[in-house]
Design a protein around this ligand. Structure first.
Ligand SMILES: C[S@@+](CC[C@H](N)C(=O)[O-])C[C@H]1O[C@@H](n2cnc3c(N)ncnc32)[C@H](O)[C@@H]1O
Length: 222
């Protein structure tokens, strides 16, 4: 495994491409079994699911094996996407898309997915946040692009599962936008539950649901 020189490298395509040249398979923040029961309790077999930043994780295939056959996975590493296409060539219904999670509305249709799953990809995006009490402007912009994009491509009442090692106090601030900003829920994503995942150092699964259009006012800068 290639260890980055600086935390900020986790944000770069160059770092991930070089890592996936040699890393066939790696599971960040626990394997599917650790959170499958909570996640699957909200899913229907016909749901269309998007996995963000799939890397070399088996999550997309694990979902397929559980009976979810409409699974699309996106990553900005062409090496990862090529590896996954090769690894799962015998499962043609799994779709692999090369793209940036900050550009989701340019890649997918509005309301296209019932579910979006993110395991560790948000952490890459904020790898150079600086002071967590006062993140850098670049980090705030990237988070804004990713979360507002998820809001757009999720259908109303669709679910966003966000798996992270960051504790609720800090993570909720991002998910609800930083506290000091005026709009209470700019992404139209309702945080409906936080489950602990008792693996390794301990992780969390934040479950959000896209609010109905009528109960959500889009912020003017979205
Ligand atoms: C920490 S790894 C998580 C991998 C996988 N989800 C897992 O659970 O093991 C982050 C992944 O997100 C991808 N990634 C990072 N930033 C991205 C971006 N802006 N757009 C798309 N993919 C990104 C990386 O290439 C990498 O595969």
């Amino acid at each position: 495994m290639t260890i980055p020189k600086r935390a900020a490298d986790y944000k770069t395509q160059t770092y991930w491409n070089s890592r996936f040249q040699t890393e066939d398979s790696y599971e960040w923040m626990g394997s599917f079994d650790a959170f499958a029961a909570d996640l699957c309790s909200l899913l229907e077999p016909e749901f269309s699911i998007l996995v963000l930043g799939c890397g070399s994780s088996s999550l997309s295939y694990d979902l397929y094996q559980r009976g979810y056959h409409k699974v699309t996975s996106i990553d900005f590493s062409d090496v990862a996407i090529d590896n996954m296409k090769r690894r799962y060539a015998s499962v043609p219904c799994l779709k692999w898309v090369l793209g940036d999670v900050r550009e989701l509305p340019q890649i997918f249709e509005c309301d296209q997915f019932d579910v979006v799953v993110d395991k560790g990809t948000f952490e890459s995006l904020i790898a150079d946040e600086g002071d967590p009490w006062n993140p850098s402007d670049t980090t705030k912009k990237d988070v804004d692009l990713m979360l507002s994009g998820i809001q757009r491509i999720l259908r109303p009442k669709g679910f966003y599962f966000h798996i992270s090692f960051i504790q609720p106090f800090f993570r909720s601030r991002y998910l609800r936008k930083l506290k000091e900003e005026k709009n209470e829920n700019p992404y139209g994503l309702d945080l409906i539950s936080i489950h602990s995942i008792p693996v390794g150092l301990g992780y969390y699964m934040y479950t959000m649901s896209k609010m109905d259009r009528q109960c959500w006012t889009q912020p003017s800068n979205a």
